[in-house]
Design a protein. Structure first.
Length: 136
């Protein structure tokens, strides 16, 4: 019986996985010595594939600029959150007039509304900054 190329191709998966018997390994290796085209195909199949999305390394100055931009954005976002909390809580603060204590939003609803609007604006800005920082 002659060993054909198709038989060797059928045996290659077992040979590559290491499940083939010693006789089969010898047979495949012997055939690979006589047929360089299958040997080349086998070498190409055993090489790890190059990922399609492989990127070249990023230069250090670009990494540093990105880090500084991210730190700055986080710092600004922290300040905006602090102002958002402050302006949201100001309408619930107390006023002292003539020895009497009042809620700000009951005694002066206009100024409480302004503070609440400022707080809402800061919360919206915070949400936008948080969304932008996720995209970095």
């Amino acid at each position: 019986m002659t060993i054909t190329k198709n038989i060797i191709i059928d045996l290659l998966p077992a040979y590559l996985s290491g499940d083939a018997s010693d006789d089969t390994k010898r047979l495949v290796e012997e055939y690979l010595r006589t047929d360089p085209s299958i040997a080349q195909t086998l070498r190409e199949a055993s090489e790890p594939p190059v990922p399609r999305d492989a990127h070249p390394p990023i230069p250090t100055d670009v990494q540093l600029a990105s880090l500084m931009r991210t730190r700055s954005l986080i710092r600004i976002r922290s300040w905006v959150m602090a102002f958002a909390i402050f302006f949201t809580l100001v309408p619930f603060s107390f006023l002292h007039k003539a020895g009497t204590t009042y809620w700000l939003f009951l005694e002066s609803p206009t100024s409480a509304g302004v503070y609440f609007f400022l707080g809402l604006s800061c919360w919206i800005a915070y949400a936008v900054l948080r969304h932008r920082s996720r995209d970095l």
